[in-house]
Design a protein around this ligand. Structure first.
Ligand code: ADP
Ligand code: MG
Length: 566
């Protein structure tokens, strides 16, 4: 198509009512119309949809949009159809349609009415669709949420793997892949899998300067969150928990404590999920307590806080989930609760997975630990993860995290590290963290006895410091690659090459421990304690979960060691 005849700004105004392009939208659209393959890495809310919607609307033929979620597609289709005065220029082809509806969609495509065709990858694979699409005019293919291709992304979908072959069968047209995931690993995966090594890459900064990041030790977490939410009364927020059960329990607990909260997870029936989501969007509920099932494609601009009750399994998920705060550019507080025990649980869970999944999972977890325990600017750490260098002093949003506002006290623990590494090596690299801690602090255990560790010079050498101190040394040493955790043997620690250099005295690195961050804080009183925040145990009246109320009350009461709420 000859793009010179088109004034993109006019078209933008005409279809979307916007007077200006956001970020690099205009260049992206121009290049796409010019027939180039394009790869767009832009944070959530950056305006990726428009990069394919506008060119689709003004191109001849139908653009195929691959998107992972039927619910997402429906929202987009409704939005696009609301834009244009023409009847229905966007359609969906997926398993939710019956025969008649499918035929109608196909007829519309053949008649040239359909400008955007949203398909799920599992539908696109179907032979009848491929055969049909081969014979109609396709303008280009857009692959939204392209990180679903990669096992290193936060939402891997095996069906995305085969897209390249199918697209090749359908048409020889430009491909635009879009994602809000920008770790170098995922980017590389996407480009390779889609054969887009020569694509033009458009990457925008992932810095969300209006978000404040804080990590707190997971102590008194129920009270801490109630306290936080009460300080933000009436504001919209999301609380993420890892398990469905926790979601139920905590939503209950918030309700009993006067917070207008609703649960959301994939175990709730569709009707309830939609109801709760809508209530949140319509501001009838202030807080959604949810598993990761909640959020993708939800565009509520004024979410003021995102709380992680449990630390997520990857920094990517953390970034995506916290990214749902402050989309309007206003305040967005991201508070996560961290307990190394949670990490151990996740590691155990991963130990049962097939090798590749396990390895990936462990590396992702390691990054989470590094982030949670870091004493550097959180924003700097996060952006580094996305391949961006951030100036923690002058960068936009530089002071917007706990570490930057209140720098931790660093202690040089190089000597202690060296001692631990030496000990592990001398003892033959066969112990796990737990046993090493007993050994260092001089507490007998089954393991110390059976290996006669009491008789070694190491028994009790670190008695003067707390268990937490030594745990932190070992964790940090693992994160910083002085130690390797052997997961095949459920966490036996071995000295890495980098660790060996420390033992040999060849390393020039100084090994720092953030005293008041990594181990002391967890033992001190929390803010909620200091203010003597009182909360009710969960189990309050919840219209939606009425049937399960009694049982929930019992469980929650049991969990908190108090009589059931009646
Ligand atoms: P992404 O897919 O990157 O997360 P979306 O495509 O959903 O982002 O767009 C986010 C928001 O930005 C939407 O509300 C959209 O209408 C808005 N938007 C996109 N482009 C523009 C623009 N040029 N001017 C103003 N608003 C825009
Ligand atoms: Mg999008």
């Amino acid at each position: 198509m000859d793009t010179k005849d088109i004034n993109l700004s006019t078209e933008l105004k005409k279809y979307f009512g916007f007077s200006k392009f956001k970020g690099q939208q205009e260049q992206i659209i121009t290049e796409l119309l010019d027939g180039k393959d394009i790869f767009v890495l832009m944070p959530t809310g950056g305006g990726k949809s428009l990069c394919y919607q506008l060119p689709a609307l003004i191109s001849e033929g139908t653009a195929i949009v691959v998107s992972p979620l039927i619910a997402l597609m429906k929202n987009q289709v409704d939005a696009v159809n609301g834009l244009s005065s023409d009847e229905g220029v966007a359609h969906v082809l997926n398993s939710s349609l019956n025969k008649t509806q499918t035929k109608q969609v196909m007829d519309d495509i053949t008649a040239g009415k359909t400008k955007l065709l949203y398909v799920a990858p599992e539908s696109l694979i179907k032979e009848e669709y491929v055969d049909f699409l081969k014979n109609v005019k396709i303008s280009f293919v857009a692959i939204d949420e392209a990180h679903c291709i990669s096992e290193w992304g936060h939402d891997f979908r095996p069906e995305y793997r085969n897209l390249k072959g199918i697209i090749d069968k359908i048409a020889d047209v430009p491909v635009i892949a879009l994602t809000a995931t920008a770790t170098p690993k995922v980017q590389d995966d996407i480009q390779k899998t889609l054969g887009m090594n020569n694509a033009l890459v458009y990457k925008e900064s992932f810095n969300r300067a209006n978000l404040f990041y804080e990590i707190r030790p997971k102590v008194n977490v129920d009270k801490e969150i109630v306290r936080f939410i009460n300080q933000h009364k009436g504001k919209s927020g999301i609380v993420y928990c890892l398990s469905r059960r926790k979601v139920e329990e905590f939503a209950q607990l918030l309700q009993v404590n006067g917070v207008n909260a609703l649960p959301y997870h994939a175990g709730l029936d569709q009707k309830t999920r939609v109801l709760h989501q809508d209530k949140f969007l319509m501001e009838e509920a202030d807080v959604i307590v949810a598993t990761i099932a909640f959020g993708m494609g939800i565009d509520k601009p004024d979410v003021r806080f995102v709380i992680h009750y449990d630390i997520p399994k990857s920094l990517e998920s953390y970034y995506q989930e916290t990214g749902r705060a402050g989309r309007d550019g206003g305040e967005g507080y991201c508070l996560a609760f961290y307990d190394p025990k949670d990490i151990e649980k996740l590691e155990k869970f991963l130990a049962q997975k097939p090798v590749s999944e396990r390895e990936i999972g462990l590396q992702l977890l390691n990054e989470v630990v590094g982030y949670a325990e870091t004493s550097m600017s959180r924003r700097q750490y996060l952006l580094y993860y996305f391949g961006e260098i951030f100036d923690p002093v002058k960068g936009e949003g530089a002071l917007m995290c706990d570490n930057s506002q209140n720098p931790p006290t660093l202690k040089d623990a190089t000597k202690d590290l060296k001692k631990v590494l030496e000990m592990i090596k001398v003892l033959g690299e066969k112990f796990k963290t737990k046993d090493l801690i007993s050994l260092i602090t001089g507490k007998e255990s089954a393991v110390t006895k059976s290996y006669k560790l009491e008789q070694t010079e190491y028994f009790g050498f670190g008695k003067s410091e707390s268990d937490n101190y030594w745990k932190s040394i070992i964790r940090q040493a693992t994160v910083q690659d002085y130690l390797k955790k052997d997961i095949e043997t459920y966490g036996v620690l071995k000295v890495s090459e980098k660790g060996q250099e420390v033992i040999n005295g060849k390393s020039k690195n100084i090994f720092h421990i953030a005293e008041d961050r990594e181990y002391n804080l967890a033992q001190s009183k929390t803010k909620a304690d200091n203010e003597q925040v009182q909360i009710q145990a969960g189990g309050g009246l919840d219209q939606v979960l009425f049937g399960q109320l009694k049982e929930l009350r019992k469980n929650v009461a049991k969990k908190h060691g108090i009589p059931p709420y009646t």
